[in-house]
Design a protein around this ligand. Structure first.
Ligand code: NAD
Length: 255
C-alpha cells in the first residue's frame, strides 16, 4: 500500500487546505514520496476535482478549518483510516482585503479566523495525536508576516500571528517530540493570486522586487515544506523559512 522508497514511506499526513495551489502541491509531493494522506478542504468541488488523481493512499474530506469540531474530526480521520498521524500541514488561507479605515469587522474576522485561528486549531488537534510519539507540523504563513501589504492589514497580522504561533508551538511541543515550523512564501502562482498574473503591469511591479526574476510555482513552496516535515529536518523546530526568491532582501532600487 505504501511507496516504500520515498522519504514519507510509512508516514501518515494531513493537509488542511489541500485541494488547490500550495496545499495540492504538498499533497502530490507527499503521495509521490510514499505517505498516506488525508486531504481536507472547504471546497467539495475542488476535492471532487482532484480525488481521481490519487489511489487509496489519499482520502479526501470536506473541512472548514475555522470550526473546531471539524478540525478535530479531520485529524481523527487520519488515525481511523491510516492508524497514525505523523505530519500535519496547515495550509488553508485567503483574505478579504481592505484598508484599515474601511475594513469591516466581519472581513477582519473572516481573514483572521481562517489564517490564524485555523492554524491554531490544526496545531491543537494534530498535536493531540503526536505528543509523546513524535510528529511534525508545518504551517504556511507568508512573507507578509514581515512585510505589510496595502489593504492587507488583517492578512499580514494573521500571518505574523502564525509565525509566533509556530514558535510558541515549538516551545511547548518539541520536548514531547513534535517539531513545529513555518514556511513563508513570497508570490506564488495559484488560484489565490490569479488576479496579479492577469494584470501585466501589476505582475511586473512584483517581479521588479523579486531577485529570482519570477514568481514561485506551488512546487517551489511544497519542496521546503516537505523538507521541514521530513527526517532531514529532525533538529529544526520553531523555524520560519522564507521561500520568496529573495524578495525579503530587496533593498534600494538599482540606481
Ligand atoms: P489556494 O486558494 O490555491 O488554496 C487554498 C485552499 O484552501 C483552497 O483549496 C481553499 O478551498 C481552501 N480553503 C479556504 N478556506 C478554507 C477553510 N475555511 N477550510 C478549509 N479549507 C479552506 O491558495 P494558495 O495560494 O495555495 O494558498 C495556500 C496558503 O499559502 C494560504 O495560507 C496563503 O495565505 C498562503 N500564501 C500564498 C501565497 C501566494 O502567493 N499564493 C503567498 C504567501 C502565502
Amino acid at each position: 500500500m505504501t511507496n516504500g522508497t520515498g522519504r514519507f514511506a510509512g508516514k501518515v499526513a494531513v493537509v488542511a487546505g489541500g485541494a488547490s495551489g500550495i496545499g495540492l502541491a504538498i499533497l502530490r509531493g507527499l503521495h509521490r514520496e510514499g505517505a498516506r494522506v488525508v486531504c481536507g478542504d472547504i471546497s467539495q468541488e475542488r476535492l471532487d476535482g482532484i480525488a481521481g488523481e490519487f489511489d487509496e493512499r489519499v482520502a479526501c474530506t470536506r473541512v472548514d478549518v475555522t470550526r473546531e469540531a471539524e478540525v478535530e474530526a479531520l485529524m481523527a480521520l487520519a488515525v481511523e483510516r491510516f492508524d497514525a498521524l505523523d505530519c500535519a500541514f496547515n495550509v488553508a488561507g485567503a483574505s478579504r482585503p481592505g484598508y484599515i479605515v474601511d475594513l469591516a469587522e466581519s472581513d477582519w474576522d473572516f481573514t483572521v479566523d481562517l489564517c490564524l485561528k485555523g492554524v491554531f486549531l490544526g496545531m491543537k488537534h494534530a498535536a493531540r495525536h503526536m505528543l509523546g510519539r513524535g510528529g511534525a507540523i508545518v504551517n504556511i504563513a507568508s512573507l507578509n508576516a514581515h512585510v505589510p501589504m496595502h489593504a492587507g492589514a488583517a492578512y499580514a497580522s494573521a500571518k505574523a500571528g502564525v509565525e509566533m504561533l509556530t514558535r510558541n508551538g515549538a516551545l511547548e511541543m518539541t520536548p514531547d517530540g513534535v517539531r513545529v515550523n513555518a514556511v513563508l512564501p513570497g508570490l506564488v502562482e495559484t488560484p489565490l493570486t490569479r488576479r496579479h498574473f492577469e494584470n501585466r503591469a501589476a505582475l511586473d511591479a512584483f517581479l521588479a522586487r523579486i531577485p529570482a526574476g519570477r514568481a514561485a510555482q506551488p512546487e517551489d513552496i511544497a519542496a521546503p515544506a516537505l523538507f521541514l516535515a521530513s527526517e532531514e529536518a529532525r533538529y529544526v523546530s520553531g523555524a520560519s523559512l522564507l521561500v520568496d526568491g529573495g524578495w525579503a532582501v530587496t533593498g534600494y532600487p538599482d540606481m
